[in-house]
Structure formats: structure tokens, C-alpha cells
Design a protein around this ligand. Structure first.
Ligand SMILES: *Cc1c(COP(=O)(O)O)cnc(C)c1O
Length: 369
């Protein structure tokens, strides 16, 4: 790999393939694999990721919003796409772009049926979401008769799946709660199977659910974070490969004398002669202010250089005293020698937030051998 000459997020498609195959190996052959590619493929490069996942054999994609599904269609992706959180304003587009909506409340189910009937559709595939304890989106168990009556009252739509989402699949201390969610989901599904007279697919597991609840894979699993190389715990992290490496370079080196201050609000004061490097990456790129003032650092020529002073919009400064380096040298923010989970923890957050927060200003580079 040539050295970075500007700020770039390198995305390793071989690592993606490794992660996909690893997660696939955890599920039965006849269980479908839904690849979750919302939020630009967890902040990577959704088009590149989705194309590779099609090649790898993903059965389904999931995105959060309709616009994300439309972007995939514009990129030529023909795979089935579930939109997890559409609003009724999007229903015409959902149909126009052959996307499949998650319908999670009486209001959106009724609205979608109205739209489908107006367009004289038959059996348009929809996914019914049930709330089994996350209390975020979904019909409650009590509302199953509403779902039944609305579905039975129309031929314009047909349930393709019933699904739910786990609240704490990565947390062993919440095992009982998770098993209860799975139990409730199964109960809802069986009841509706009987009443509808047909069997939509069932799915409840996200990445950690796939790993920790092998008996709850049902007909399909929905994996996001695992594909990008994060397992939500150490043993799983070791088996997966983070696909992204965030790199930048040294723009300029300064030598500060004892007593001089650096950056906005003079947040850092040199206690002795200090060599600093200014890097072209800041909070507008997704390296937020919580990483500043010594809390996180970067890797330069194999050595750790802490971020000093406040993070600026377009720059950070790091302490390179004692590190051999020059202007133009490559810098690794996370990935490779510095795991993104570790970097995120220094800013009191999790890998999900760090990687999805890398802004669209940062150039993405796909790598594949
Ligand atoms: C984001 C999301 C997922 C993916 O979860 P991971 O923990 O990233 O695997 C699955 N299902 C739903 C409903 C989601 O919103």
C-alpha cells in the first residue's frame, strides 16, 4: 500500500470478505444473510461495500432510511433492500425504487396499505416490526390483532417477514432479558402464523445475537458491525478484521519552547521544549473534541503521539517529542496498530459511533488484492 499523502479512510475488501465468511460460518446454510449497510456502510463506502457483499452472496440489504436505499439502487444494486425506518412521506419512493419497508406502527401500516392500494399493487412485500423490549420501534404484543386485521383486510401488501430487535445481545448479564425477548417474539410470530394462514420469514439477531444466541437465528440474521470488523467483545474482535484504517499525514512540525501555548483557548502549555505535529483532520472529519487534550493519540512511525490541546474543526496537533518523523510522514489515527475500539474508548464512546462519524469529507479508498 502506498503511503497516505492526505487524510484517507482505507477500506479493505479482503477484510470484509473475511468477516462475511466468518459470520456466515456461524449460521446454517438455509438461514438468509441480511447485510446492514445503513449510514454509508457504517461510515465506510456503501457502494464499494454493497458491490462486494453482492459478490460474496449476501441475500438482503438493510438500510435505515429510504434515501439510503435509493442510493443503492442508483449504484446499480438489485438485491432486495429492507428499509428499517421509513416515514410515510417516503412510501411512494419506497415503491418506485422496489424497496421493502419495515412497518412498525398502526399509523405507518395503514398509510402504506393506502399507498399500495392507490397504486393498485398486489402482495407488495412488507416487514412487520415487533417491539419485544427495546421500546424503540415496533408493534407491541398487544397490537398483534391490529396487524392481523390490517393484513387480512387487504391484498395490496403481504407480510414477507416479522422481525424484532434485541436490546442487549452483546451483554451476558442481560441473558435472561434477551431470552425473554426471543420467547416473546416467537410467541407473537406463531400466533400470527395461525391467524394469517401463511408463514413470513422471522429474524431477530444482529451481529452479537448471531454469535451469542445460535438458537435464535430463525430464517434470517441481520449483521452490521461484524461485517465491518467489530465483535462487541474481545474474543470476537480477535476473529474479525476491522475493514477501515483512518490515515492522515504530518502537515507541519513546530518546536515549542517551555511556557508557550498551543491551539484554541491555549489549552496546552509546553512544560519543556516540545515538538508538535499538525495534522489535517479535525472534528469536521469525525475526530470529535472529546479525543483532545491528551485523551487519545495517533500512531506515527510505530510510536504513540497523544493529541494535545483542543481538537480544531480541520486540524489536530499531536506531541511528537522523541518520535523520529518528518513533515509529509504518514499518520495512523485508527486501524492497524491502533484498534478503533480502543481509540473510541478513549473518547468514552463505542466503535459504532466512531466509525459512522467519519464525515463524508474524508476520501475513501477501496483496497483489494
Ligand atoms: C443497525 C441494526 C442492525 C445491525 O446491528 P449490528 O449490531 O451492527 O449487527 C440490525 N437490526 C436493526 C433493526 C438495526 O437497526
Amino acid at each position: 500500500m502506498p503511503k497516505a499523502r492526505e487524510t484517507v479512510l482505507e477500506i479493505d475488501l479482503n477484510a470484509l470478505a473475511h468477516n462475511y465468511n466468518y459470520i456466515r460460518s456461524k449460521i446454517d446454510k438455509d438461514v438468509k444473510f441480511m447485510a446492514v449497510v445503513k449510514a454509508f456502510g457504517y461510515g465506510s463506502d456503501v457502494t464499494g461495500i454493497a458491490r462486494k457483499l453482492v459478490e460474496l452472496g449476501a441475500d438482503y440489504f438493510a438500510v435505515a432510511y429510504t434515501s439510503e436505499g435509493i442510493a443503492l439502487r442508483h449504484a446499480g444494486i438489485e438485491t432486495l433492500i429492507l428499509v428499517l425506518h421509513p416515514q410515510s412521506a417516503n412510501f411512494d419512493d419506497i415503491i418506485k425504487y422496489c424497496l421493502e419497508p419495515s412497518l412498525y406502527s398502526k399509523f405507518v401500516l395503514e398509510e402504506f396499505i393506502k399507498t399500495a392500494e392507490k397504486q393498485k399493487l398486489q402482495n407488495y412485500p412488507v416487514h412487520l416490526k415487533f417491539n419485544t423490549g427495546l421500546n424503540r420501534l415496533g408493534f407491541s404484543q398487544k397490537e398483534t390483532p391490529v396487524v392481523r386485521d390490517l393484513l387480512k383486510g387487504t391484498t395490496a401488501v403481504k407480510a414477507k417477514s416479522f422481525f424484532s430487535h434485541l436490546a442487549a445481545s452483546e451483554d451476558w448479564r442481560e441473558r435472561e432479558f434477551t431470552l425473554e425477548q426471543i420467547y416473546t417474539f416467537r410467541k407473537i410470530a406463531l400466533k400470527l402464523y395461525d391467524e394469517l394462514g401463511y408463514r413470513p420469514m422471522l429474524h431477530i439477531c444482529n451481529t452479537s445475537g448471531i454469535i451469542n444466541y445460535p438458537k435464535a437465528h430463525f430464517d434470517m440474521v441481520r449483521s452490521g458491525i461484524g461485517l465491518y470488523g467489530f465483535g462487541n467483545d474481545e474474543p470476537e474482535d480477535q476473529k474479525l478484521k476491522p475493514i477501515g484504517t483512518l490515515k492522515t499525514i504530518i502537515s507541519q512540525i513546530h518546536t515549542m519552547q517551555k511556557g508557550e501555548t498551543l491551539g484554541y483557548n491555549r489549552a496546552f502549555t509546553a512544560e519543556k521544549t516540545t515538538k508538535t505535529a499538525t495534522l489535517p483532520i479535525g472534528h469536521a472529519d469525525g475526530i470529535n473534541r472529546q479525543y483532545g487534550n491528551g485523551r487519545a493519540g495517533v500512531i506515527i512511525n510505530g510510536e504513540y503521539a497523544p493529541i494535545i490541546g483542543n481538537v480544531c474543526m480541520d486540524m489536530i496537533m499531536v506531541n511528537i517529542t522523541g518520535i523520529e518523523c518528518e513533515e509529509g510522514d504518514e499518520v495512523i489515527v485508527f486501524g492497524g496498530p491502533q484498534h478503533a475500539t480502543e481509540f473510541a474508548a478513549k473518547g468514552n464512546t463505542i466503535s459504532y459511533e466512531l466509525i459512522t462519524g467519519i464525515s463524508q469529507r474524508v476520501k475513501r479508498i477501496l483496497i483489494e488484492n
